[in-house]
Write a protein that binds this ligand. Structure first.
Ligand SMILES: Cc1ncc(COP(=O)(O)O)c(C=O)c1O
Length: 419
């Protein structure tokens, strides 16, 4: 019996399904990780893996980066949380605002889930309307407003719309299709004057990687503005992923509200939502929309963010992006010698779909062969490559990954198909 299977047998008695987040569960048992360094992680049985999961996104600098050591050591000296304002929140908030000017004002939270939950409440209170439109397959965290036709673990484990959500809440969320502006137009027309906000991931990262088609986000901006509907871009994955800023700052489409998480804490628990001062001033104590948190803007997460953004400001995103572009096309040519596939990639994200067609929305993604993907995932794991265990997730690449690492991913893939 391996140490991992031993730990898992104990964990099953403690945690539902033996895990603390469904996406960590896979057959026959998950590897228990002992440590990580750079692009590698090491399990409790002594095996090492090149990590393309990177804790589902935050670790764009890799594991145990010196910036994180600086943050942790400073916090261990001065304390981790005071439940009172600190200069660190002003520091991190200023860096974010400088990089993402549309976040004129923001509020820190402890997770991306909280960020989107509060942003949706704020949109409803600001517009005095109730309906939210979300795109099927987008994932905005595990709260009641967002777990309707959601992606990520909700999709992998077959519960895109979770039981336990009151009918009244579920009824206030309408669904449209990503990359299909007419589907949004149709829902807005049907809901006549009742729509508070549209929320989307500007690049989908929770049904695999799905890119926005040319003009789709700009059309969404126009459509929402014409109808007095707020546009929320959930940039929990995409914030600071492709360049030093948000995805929307790169494409020149400005939403009304933005949510962030993951990278802005460098691996420590964090989230943030923000937008124009006019909207954000509705948040308490300036306004009446209530948002609070014991751990919001805690010293540790603020320091994690400050140190991470300091490194990212000087980072060479474009070389990394080029390297991943090259790897993705090599990956695609290797796989296509054996089966049809679609390798979607953008910036530091990529995903493989075993699919006969190009994957450009949720219905294409769910047509992918998840069983084949899981065979590939297991082979990768046994070959020392750690990926998220689902085609409905994203592989992430960090600044610690090298061309050699990516070469190994390609030769492992070749080997898988040969066998
Ligand atoms: C786009 C997006 N929004 C929100 C969330 C929720 O963030 P968290 O897991 O920090 O609550 C996630 C999590 O993966 C996400 O991918």
């Amino acid at each position: 019996m391996t140490q991992s299977s031993f730990q898992f047998s104990k964990a099953k008695e403690l945690f539902p399904g033996g895990v603390n987040s469904p996406v960590r569960s896979y057959e026959p048992y998950p590897r228990y990780i002992a440590s990580g360094k750079g692009a590698s992680i090491y399990d409790v049985d002594g095996s090492s893996y090149t990590d393309y999961c990177l804790a589902y996104g935050p670790l764009i600098l890799g594991h145990a980066h010196p910036s994180m050591k600086r943050a942790l050591s400073k916090a261990s000296e001065i304390g981790v949380n005071f439940g009172a304002p600190t200069e660190f929140e002003v520091d991190l908030g200023s860096s974010i605002k400088e990089a993402i000017p549309a976040m004129q004002k923001m509020r820190f939270t402890s997770s991306g889930t909280e960020a989107t939950m509060h942003a949706i409440r704020l949109a409803r209170s600001y517009t005095k309307k109730n309906i939210i439109i979300k795109a099927e397959g987008c994932f905005h965290g595990s709260h009641d407003y967002a777990l309707i036709k959601a992606g990520s673990g909700a999709l992998t484990h077959g519960e895109p719309s979770s039981p336990g959500i009151p009918e009244e809440v579920a009824g206030s969320v309408a669904i449209a299709a990503f990359n299909d502006i007419d589907s949004f137009r149709k829902v807005i027309r049907e809901k006549q004057g009742k729509v508070a906000a549209v929320i989307v991931e500007p690049v989908m990262g929770n049904a695999g990687v799905i890119l926005p088609e040319r003009g789709f986000l700009a059309d969404l901006r126009e459509l929402t503005s014409e109808n007095d509907i707020l546009l929320i871009f959930d940039e929990v994955i995409t914030g600071f992923r492709f360049h030093y800023g948000a995805y929307h700052t790169q494409i020149g489409v400005t939403p009304d509200l933005i949510t962030l998480g993951k990278i802005i804490g460098g691996g420590l628990p964090i989230g943030a939502f923000g937008g124009s001062a006019d909207i954000m001033n509705q948040v308490s104590p300036e306004g009446k929309t209530y948002v609070s948190g014991t751990f919001s803007a805690n010293v540790l997460s603020m320091l994690g963010g400050i140190e991470t953004l300091r490194v990212l400001k000087e980072a060479d995103y474009s070389s990394l992006t080029k390297m991943i572009g090259k790897m993705s096309s090599e990956l695609s040519s290797v796989i296509e010698r054996y089966v049809q596939c679609s390798v979607n990639h953008i910036g530091t994200m990529f995903q493989i779909f075993f699919n006969r067609r190009e994957v450009r929305n949720y219905s294409d993604a769910i047509g992918s062969d998840q069983k084949q993907f899981l065979r590939y995932f297991r082979f990768a794991l046994d070959s020392g490559i750690y990926m998220p265990p689902s085609t409905f997730e994203t592989n992430f690449v960090s600044f610690a990954h090298t061309e050699e690492d990516m070469g190994r991913l390609i030769s492992m893939t070749e080997e898988f198909f040969k066998q």
